[in-house]
Design a protein around this ligand. Structure first.
Ligand code: ZN
Length: 330
C-alpha cells in the first residue's frame, strides 16, 4: 500500500540525548537506534521502500517529561521543537511533519508552547511521554490532574490530537520488575504504565469537560480494547467515589475520544480484536521507528487479512482527516 501515514516515529537531537535511561537495551541494537533517531535521509529511504508517504516525528521518551527542573523543561521544549522544524522537517517538507514536545511541568507554558508549535511551526498536535516529573525523579504529575486543565483547554481550542506515549514507571514503583529489568520498557512496563494513565484520563471526567479532545494511544491501545470491557464491568461493583468523576461508561470514551495506532504490534489477531471493539475509523497505521523496523511492519500491514477498505482507512485516510493532511495521489 502506498501513501501510508505513520505517527509514532521518533527523533532525538544530539543536544539532548533523551534516551539515556535505556541501560537494559542490547548495545548493538541501541547504537543503531540512536544513529537513526538523529538523521532523516535514511528514514525517508526506508519510507520510500515501504510505501510510507508521511512520518509524523516526535521527541523520543522520556523527553521533556523526564526533566525535574521546570525552567529547563520550558527552554528545552522550545529548542527541541525548533530543532524538529528547522533541522528535520525542513529537509523533506512533503514527507515529514511533527508533534510538539510540551513542558507540562508548567501546564500554562505547555499550552503556550503547543500554540506556538501549531500556529508558527505547522505542527499537528503534541506527543506526551507519560507522566511529567515535578522537582525530583520520584514525583509525577499525570495528565488528569486539575492543574493540567489549562493545557487541555488549549488542546480543545486548537483542535489537535495528543499522543500519549509510554515511559518507564517511576523509580520508586519498580519493585515488581526487580530481577527482570528487561521488562521495564517496551516489553511490558510501558504498556502497563500507559494503559493505566489512559484509564485515569477516562475516569477523571476530562472528556466530559472536553468532549472534542482526541487522545492517541500506540501499541493497539496498550491492550485497552481487550481489558477495558472487564474494567467497565467490574467498576459497577466498586463504590462510586473510588473511580473518578466520569459521566459515561468507560468504553464510551474509548470509542469517542481515542485513536489507536498499530505501532510496534504486527499481530493480526490483536488487530482484528481491536477492529471489532473500536471499528476501523479509530485505528491508525504507525511503526514506532526506529525502535521498530518499517521493513517488518509494513509488509505485514499491507497483506494482513482485513478488507482493503479498512486498510485504506487505517493506513492513510483516517490520519489525513485527523491531521488535515493532503497527499498528492499516492
Ligand atoms: Zn514509541
Amino acid at each position: 500500500m502506498l501513501g501510508k501515514i505513520a505517527l509514532e516515529e521518533h527523533y532525538e537531537s544530539p543536544d539532548f540525548p533523551a534516551t539515556g535511561s535505556h541501560d537494559f537495551t542490547a548495545k548493538d541494537y541501541f547504537a543503531d537506534v540512536q544513529r537513526r533517531l538523529r538523521e532523516v535521509d535514511q528514514r525517508v529511504e526506508d519510507m520510500d521502500r515501504n510505501g510510507i508517504g508521511i512520518d509524523i516525528l516526535s521527541l523520543t521518551q522520556p523527553g521533556i517529561e523526564g526533566l525535574t527542573d521546570t525552567q529547563q523543561a520550558v527552554d528545552l521544549a522550545r529548542r527541541m521543537n525548533d530543532h524538529a522544524a528547522e533541522q528535520l522537517v525542513v529537509r523533506h517538507p512533503e514527507r515529514l511533519r511533527a508533534f510538539a514536545a510540551v513542558p507540562l511541568q508548567d501546564p500554562q507554558q505547555a499550552a503556550n508552547e503547543l500554540e506556538r508549535a501549531v500556529r508558527d511551526l505547522g505542527f499537528v498536535g503534541a506527543l506526551i511521554n507519560g507522566y511529567s516529573n515535578i522537582g525530583d525523579e520520584n514525583t509525577a504529575q499525570y495528565l488528569d490532574e486539575p492543574q493540567v486543565e489549562p493545557f487541555w483547554a488549549k488542546v480543545e481550542e486548537l483542535n489537535v490530537p495528543v499522543y500519549l506515549h509510554p515511559r518507564i514507571p517511576l523509580p520508586n514503583q519498580q519493585r515488581i520488575y526487580q530481577g527482570y529489568e528487561g521488562l521495564l520498557g517496551s516489553a511490558w512496563g510501558f504498556g502497563v504504565e500507559t494503559a493505566t494513565h489512559a484509564v485515569r484520563l477516562i475516569l477523571s471526567g476530562l472528556f466530559d469537560r472536553h468532549p472534542n479532545v482526541n487522545v492517541i494511544l500506540g501499541h493497539l491501545g496498550e491492550a485497552l480494547p481487550f481489558t477495558l470491557p472487564r474494567l467497565e464491568h467490574r467498576l459497577r461493583h466498586q463504590r462510586r467515589e473510588t473511580h473518578g468523576a466520569h459521566e459515561k461508561p468507560p468504553m464510551h470514551y474509548l470509542l469517542n475520544n481515542f485513536y489507536l495506532t498499530t505501532s510496534g504490534v504486527f499481530r493480526t489477531q490483536a488487530l482484528i480484536n481491536t477492529l471489532t471493539e473500536v471499528g476501523s475509523n479509530r485505528i491508525l497505521f504507525s511503526v514506532d521507528y526506529p525502535y521498530e523496523s518499517m521493513d517488518e511492519i509494513s509488509p505485514w500491514f499491507d497483506t494482513c487479512p482485513i478488507s482493503d477498505n479498512d486498510r485504506e482507512k487505517i493506513g492513510r485516510t483516517n490520519s489525513e482527516r485527523l491531521f488535515g493532511l493532503n497527499q498528492a495521489a499516492a
